[in-house]
Design a protein around this ligand. Structure first.
Ligand code: FAD
Length: 423
């Protein structure tokens, strides 16, 4: 009998728990350790942050769902992983031993890297449900006395899609309220061009997103380094193609949301050979740490090298479809080791994303996510908005019922009308 512990119960960790329970032998124990009693569907946060969704709409209480599946659960959170002892020290002082550990702890939000950044300082955030709720309260005040908005992502960020989504969703909300004409909007991003997305673009993401920004009267500044943020002003250095200063901007705002750079969480950061300098977990092609071979990692917490050097640093996004492929591969590989075989399953790392713009949206398919690709496709229309709502409902239903089939994959394949993705 083996004890398989999954650390983190977000999109990667909860999918991992269901997939692992299905793949493990009957006598194996599967335990989830989270630092929260609830699962939150992060992709809905931009909607929460304009009061189109509530916390209850996008949360699932973990214990009842995991109990039903015969999966153990502890919400104490990990203080530190001790790989040489195969133990996790929990925040409440307990110690949990494991035979296999899957790290799925997502990002630590590096607000501290820029003066004035983050919900404890001068900008709103949509990265966590608590932040999105706080942003929603600010938003309710903002629409009473509107003014300029600055939205985007700072240097070193790896997650750009939600910044575009939130810009467009705010725009849609303001248009519905008929106050869009009172709000100047500027998109500030570390990306070298609009639609780069940390991926060198996907299909015609540059053309489509630039066109959408023009249509929605959103100005943009690319190659932007955010140097500091005051209560009502953001200081930005725009760089040239060589990363040298080209122009300085001081942009006043009444509402500002900038996505931060990510790091790995404290429980694993600084552990030699487990994590890199920013605390992300080293993995091989089978999602396994090369040194501590009983440790695997899935989701945002894994180390992926930037896909190209950009004038201002950008990282590679880790998106839901890609994360599910990591989850499926990890479950199969741990089962292989339990059966005395070598791991042999590789995650596809394909990306299929639906970016909602509040009443329409843009869809991207990148097979694989990191170029060069076998398939590079993007499209836009009202169907994306409708699809994203359906996707959220279906995903939440699956998380509430503990369905094991990868939700992203099933839903997106159904949407695209294909049985299986090649490439
Ligand atoms: P998370 O979902 O962040 O989960 C990590 C979990 O680990 C959390 O529950 C956290 O509380 C827990 N944890 C952290 N530290 C500890 C500890 N010490 N002990 C125990 N537990 C711990 N991707 C898409 O494909 N489509 C989208 O539409 C999309 N929208 C996004 C919108 C936003 C606002 C953001 C930020 C990202 C979005 N992504 C999207 C990217 C990605 O799919 C999400 O970030 C996803 O939530 C990542 O899953 P994860 O499991 O790696 O991390």
């Amino acid at each position: 009998m083996a004890h398989i512990v999954i650390l983190g119960a977000g999109l990667g960790g909860l999918s991992m728990a269901f997939a692992m329970r299905k793949a493990a032998r009957q006598d194996d124990r599967v335990t989830v350790v989270s630092d929260s009693a609830f699962f939150h569907f992060v992709p809905s946060n931009p909607w929460v942050a304009v009061n189109w969704r509530t916390r209850g709409d996008v949360s699932v209480e973990l214990k009842p769902v995991l109990d039903k599946k015969g999966i153990g659960f502890d919400a104490a959170g990990a203080k530190r992983v001790h790989p040489e002892r195969r133990e996790i020290e929990l925040a409440d002082g307990k110690v949990l031993a494991y035979d296999f550990l899957v790290i799925a702890t997502g990002p630590k939000l590096a607000f501290d890297e820029i003066e004035g950044l983050g919900p404890q300082a001068n900008t709103a955030s949509i990265c966590h449900i608590d932040h999105a709720e706080q942003a929603a309260r600010k938003w309710a005040e903002f629409v009473e006395t509107p003014g300029p908005i600055v939205v985007g992502a700072v240097q070193g960020a790896s997650c750009y899609g939600p910044a575009y989504e939130y810009a467009m969703i705010m725009d849609a909300d303001l248009r519905r309220r008929k106050i869009r004409d009172r709000v100047a909007m500027t998109f500030v991003t570390a990306e070298p061009y609009v639609g780069h997305l940390g991926l060198g673009g996907v299909g015609d993401s540059k053309g489509m997103l630039e066109s959408a920004m023009r249509e929605h009267d959103i100005k943009w500044i690319c190659n932007a380094k955010t140097t500091r943020i005051e209560a009502d002003k953001i200081f930005v250095t725009e760089c040239d193609d060589l990363g040298q200063e080209r122009r300085r901007h001081e942009l006043p705002f009444r509402f500002c949301m900038m996505l931060p750079a990510f790091k790995g969480v404290d429980a694993v950061a600084g552990i030699d050979k487990l994590t890199n300098a920013r605390g992300f977990v080293f993995i091989d092609e089978f999602q396994r740490n090369p040194t501590y071979r009983e440790i695997y990692a899935v989701g945002v917490c894994v180390a992926i090298a930037p896909q190209e050097t950009t004038p201002v640093p950008t990282g590679v996004p880790k998106t839901g479809f890609m994360i599910e492929s990591m989850v499926s591969a990890t479950a199969e590989n741990i089962r292989a080791v339990l059966d005395g075989r070598e791991p042999s399953t590789r995650a596809t790392w394909n990306a299929i994303c639906l970016a909602d713009f509040g009443d329409r949206g843009v869809a991207f398919v990148a097979l694989p996510q990191i170029p060069p690709r076998n398939l590079n496709w993007s499209s836009e229309g009202k169907w994306v908005h409708v699809a994203k709502i359906g996707f959220e409902k279906y995903f939440m239903h699956r998380m509430r019922t503990g369905a094991t089939e990868p939700a992203y994959e099933r839903i997106l394949l159904d949407l695209l009308g294909v049985k299986k993705l090649k490439g």
